[in-house]
Design a protein around this ligand. Structure first.
Ligand SMILES: *[C@@H]1O[C@H](CO)[C@@H](O)[C@H](O)[C@H]1NC(C)=O
Ligand SMILES: *[C@@H]1O[C@H](CO)[C@@H](O)[C@H](O)[C@H]1NC(C)=O
Ligand SMILES: *[C@@H]1O[C@H](CO)[C@@H](O)[C@H](O)[C@H]1NC(C)=O
Ligand SMILES: *[C@@H]1O[C@H](CO)[C@@H](O)[C@H](O)[C@H]1NC(C)=O
Ligand SMILES: *[C@@H]1O[C@H](CO)[C@@H](O)[C@H](O)[C@H]1NC(C)=O
Ligand SMILES: *[C@@H]1O[C@H](CO)[C@@H](O)[C@H](O)[C@H]1NC(C)=O
Ligand SMILES: *[C@@H]1O[C@H](CO)[C@@H](O)[C@H](O)[C@H]1NC(C)=O
Ligand SMILES: *[C@@H]1O[C@H](CO)[C@@H](O)[C@H](O)[C@H]1NC(C)=O
Ligand SMILES: *[C@@H]1O[C@H](CO)[C@@H](O)[C@H](O)[C@H]1NC(C)=O
Ligand SMILES: *[C@@H]1O[C@H](CO)[C@@H](O)[C@H](O)[C@H]1NC(C)=O
Ligand SMILES: *[C@@H]1O[C@H](CO)[C@@H](O)[C@H](O)[C@H]1NC(C)=O
Ligand SMILES: *[C@@H]1O[C@H](CO)[C@@H](O)[C@H](O)[C@H]1NC(C)=O
Length: 361
């Protein structure tokens, strides 16, 4: 009996210890703005200075409005060192990229990788109407990463939301070709440049790019194709107007590509996503105007045509055409708008588990 009691006491003590320390300083009657201005325990003065600088009035208002309900990723002063905060427009984009609608404690996040919508809108990021840029939140045990940043002080509660202090500034995703090059997709980028499609993928408002790894390009016959044929093949890798994050992809879903009359088909089997036979190796690489999925082979054939864009010397295309259909009865092409609505509605709702209330102080 006594033994059992002491175990209970120990469990209680340890859970109190788990919940108590982090939020002691965050009196629940301060706003997020006041919290950021609290310099004795936090080092968020650069963030506060930027929020209260000219041109950021809407953000300052949102963070001080007691009726707001926000999650703010707050970079420390050290994190801002070396960040170009030279003009109001850039600062506005950066600040918006750190703010999420709704109050999400770290404890309420689902484990694993979640894409979370920020306040960075279509104007600031080159996205389709009504869409917002996302951050990638990766929770592993107690560790939480947001893009490249690490949460160093989680769940500081304010009356109008919650602040997670992070160690790096979240820079909004850059242009597709720049991101692709940095991700090591040099052959793909070189082919885009050669065919002048680099401008297209960097500027269209909303894009889903299936980008083959270098190895796949080297194994293909891309290098011996003329520009016209190469361009036709590359276009099979680009879907415009739609940002198809992996969480929204469905088995059998068709996407019209920027290649004329050509669609590609998503296949999801046993957890593996492929597109016209090319397997997705790395999903959800974020870019300014959408998303890149890195794939393991070059797509050479449209889903709904027997022989469009078949390259010369096509023996190497054998393994990449498993989704090729010799008739069109099986391809129920979704329109761009219906796919877009699948991604924008109900997408964020699935990202978080029910919020665990920790307002215990
Ligand atoms: C928080 O509430 C306490 C008690 O009501 C009050 O004394 C204090 O001034 C409040 N702080 C702020 C920043 O409103
Ligand atoms: C920020 O904090 C300083 C020092 O406590 C205070 O003087 C100032 O009024 C605060 N600014 C705002 C906008 O709350
Ligand atoms: C704040 O946002 C959270 C998460 O979206 C939601 O569960 C909660 O109901 C919201 N609170 C208010 C007061 O709107
Ligand atoms: C996007 O956000 C900026 C800055 O808050 C704002 O000026 C602009 O009107 C917004 N655009 C849309 C379409 O909401
Ligand atoms: C998420 O974090 C874990 C642990 O740090 C890491 O192994 C994994 O690669 C990360 N996932 C992504 C997509 O970054
Ligand atoms: C490019 O190559 C294709 C396939 O070999 C050929 O049909 C086409 O005529 C070529 N175009 C040019 C401009 O050379
Ligand atoms: C393939 O699908 C696209 C998009 O729905 C359509 O425009 C095109 O006509 C189709 N091509 C063939 C050969 O059926
Ligand atoms: C696309 O489809 C239209 C209508 O079927 C056809 O007129 C046109 O030639 C096709 N273009 C290509 C490149 O196949
Ligand atoms: C399905 O995936 C699991 C785990 O990756 C693997 O062990 C299993 O062999 C796969 N099954 C098939 C039929 O591919
Ligand atoms: C297949 O290729 C031939 C020769 O280029 C062309 O005449 C024919 O229209 C193509 N068929 C389809 C369905 O694209
Ligand atoms: C196609 O792939 C199969 C299986 O990988 C292989 O046996 C066959 O030789 C290939 N055909 C060509 C023409 O490369
Ligand atoms: C046409 O495609 C459908 C769906 O992929 C398939 O069930 C059917 O057997 C195909 N018909 C022919 C003649 O290939």
């Amino acid at each position: 009996m006594i033994f059992r009691k002491s175990i209970t006491a120990a469990v209680l003590a340890s859970s109190l210890f788990l919940f108590a320390p982090v939020n002691v300083k965050a009196a629940p009657n301060v706003t997020i703005a006041q919290l950021a201005n609290e310099t004795s325990t936090l080092t968020l003065s650069t963030l506060f200075k930027l929020v209260t600088s000219p041109g950021q009035e809407a953000i300052a208002k949102a963070l001080s409005d007691p009726a707001s309900n926000l999650t703010v990723f707050a970079p420390t002063d050290d994190a801002f060192a070396g960040v170009n905060a030279s003009n109001a427009k850039l600062v506005n984009a950066i600040l918006n990229y750190h703010i999420v609608q709704g109050n999400y404690s770290v404890e309420s996040l689902k484990s694993g990788v979640n894409l979370v919508q920020t306040f960075l809108n279509e104007t600031l990021a080159n996205l389709p109407q009504g869409q917002y840029q996302v951050v990638q939140v990766n929770k592993t045990g107690d560790a939480v990463k947001v893009n490249d940043a690490t949460v160093v002080k989680p769940s500081l509660f304010a009356i109008n939301g919650v602040v997670h202090v992070i160690d790096k500034v979240l820079i909004p995703p850059e242009k597709s070709t720049k991101v692709a090059k940095r991700a090591g997709l040099t052959q793909f980028v070189a082919a885009l440049v050669k065919t002048k499609l680099d401008v297209v993928v960097d500027t269209i408002k909303g894009v889903t790019i299936f980008a083959p790894v270098d190895d796949a390009f080297l194994k293909s016959n891309a290098s011996i194709l003329n520009e016209t044929t190469l361009a036709a093949i590359l276009k099979l890798h680009v879907v415009s107007d739609i940002v198809g994050y992996s969480a929204g992809l469905k088995d059998g879903q068709n996407f019209s590509t920027v290649a004329e009359n050509a669609t590609v088909t998503i296949k999801i089997s046993n957890g593996t996503v492929s597109v016209n036979g090319a397997k997705v190796l790395i999903p959800d690489v974020l870019v300014e105007n959408g998303v890149i999925h890195v794939i393991d082979s070059v797509i050479t054939t449209s889903s709904n045509a027997t022989n469009t864009t078949k390259p010369v010397g096509s023996s190497t295309t054998n393994s990449t055409t498993s989704d090729n259909k010799s008739n069109t009865t099986g391809t129920n092409n979704s329109s761009a708008s219906s796919v877009t609505s699948v991604f924008s509605v109900g997408f964020i709702a699935t990202l978080f588990a029910v919020s665990v209330s920790l307002v215990a102080f």
